[in-house]
Design a protein around this ligand. Structure first.
Ligand code: ATP
Ligand code: MG
Length: 288
């Protein structure tokens, strides 16, 4: 290739990269692949297959979580309303994805739904139980027995091995040593980490650490999985492995609530919540 052609090609590539880096879609960053797909096919729409949710969509479904007029205010002197009158029903076996610009309140909402935090006002029902009446010990039982949690930063305990990290919730649940070790081994095998049981988190890749976190989240057979940007810190291959695992859990009947910035992942969702400034801007349901 002539040198000026090479230069032109390089400029074109750089231009695309710059465009990619600057590309925003209502605050959601496109992944590189999605952007390329978008520029090749202008009709590409990550929301294809979804329609605005209506009451009819929820007929016959069993409510798992019911959030009514949830507000969350942070700060004492200067008060910031981070969640503003959020009304939301999560039904059993749904795969809910929450999207929205950074700072719009996604993590705050998920922490409240998972009983990691309490709303400043409003009511939250889990399986028809009003959570405001629950003692802290009861909330802890929900977090340990009904809910499973996966975070962007993995939150593994660095001084424990992969096996011990997965065993931990079962230790807290007073399971017998043999039972919990067997179960933790089985779960690590399930997430493709056979042979890594004795590695500490620092001796594992990011993707492997996230898979340990998934195994840990599954240790007490949760009915609902809360995942806050579970692929946010992973390369695309590890991200795919993690999504495959989460999809399998959904296929087995576990309800999933997942926060993400990556709209290419919407293909896994049955419901999409788009948030803006502490409110639900749009609720979408997958077409039947
Ligand atoms: N403990 C806290 N004290 C004060 N402000 C907080 C606290 N936690 C969150 N906030 C504020 O609430 C807003 C929403 O935060 P949140 O973490 O829910 O956003 P997010 O949508 O998850 O953003 P991101 O996509 O960056 O993770 C932010 O402005 C944040 O600064
Ligand atoms: Mg967040």
């Amino acid at each position: 290739m002539e040198s000026d052609t090479i230069e032109k090609e390089t400029n074109k590539e750089q231009g695309l990269k710059n465009n990619f880096n600057n590309s925003q879609h209502d605050g959601e960053l496109y992944t590189e692949r999605e952007y390329c797909k978008k520029i090749l096919d202008v009709s590409y729409n990550p929301y294809e297959g979804f329609h605005p949710a209506t009451e009819k969509d929820d007929e016959g479904k069993k409510v798992f979580i019911d959030a009514k007029k949830i507000c969350r205010i942070f700060g004492t002197d200067v008060k910031t309303k981070v969640l503003d009158d959020v009304n939301l029903k999560i039904y059993e076996k749904e795969f809910v994805m929450i999207l929205g610009p950074s700072g719009c309140g996604k993590t705050t909402l998920m922490n409240i739904l998972g009983l990691l935090d309490t709303p400043s006002s409003g009511k939250l029902y889990i399986s028809n139980n009003l959570t405001v009446n629950m003692a802290e010990s009861e909330r802890a039982v929900f977090r340990r027995k009904i809910g499973g949690f996966i975070f962007q930063q993995f939150h593994l305990i660095n001084t424990l091995t992969a096996l011990q990290n997965v065993e931990l919730p079962m230790v807290l649940d007073n399971l017998e040593t043999d039972t919990r070790t067997q179960r933790a081994m089985k779960l690590l095998n399930l997430v493709g980490l056979k042979g890594k049981e004795n590695n500490r988190p620092s001796q594992l890749s990011g993707g492997q650490q996230q898979r340990v976190a998934i195994a840990r989240a599954l240790s007490n057979k949760p009915k609902i999985l809360f995942a806050d940007e579970p692929t946010g810190n992973l390369d695309s291959v590890s991200g795919k492995q993690v999504m495959k695992l989460i999809k399998e859990l959904h296929d087995q009947g576990i309800t999933i609530i997942m926060v993400t910035h990556d709209s290419t992942l919407l293909k896994y969702a049955t419901k999409v919540i788009r948030m803006k400034d502490g409110q639900i801007e749009q609720l979408l349901q997958r077409d039947e």
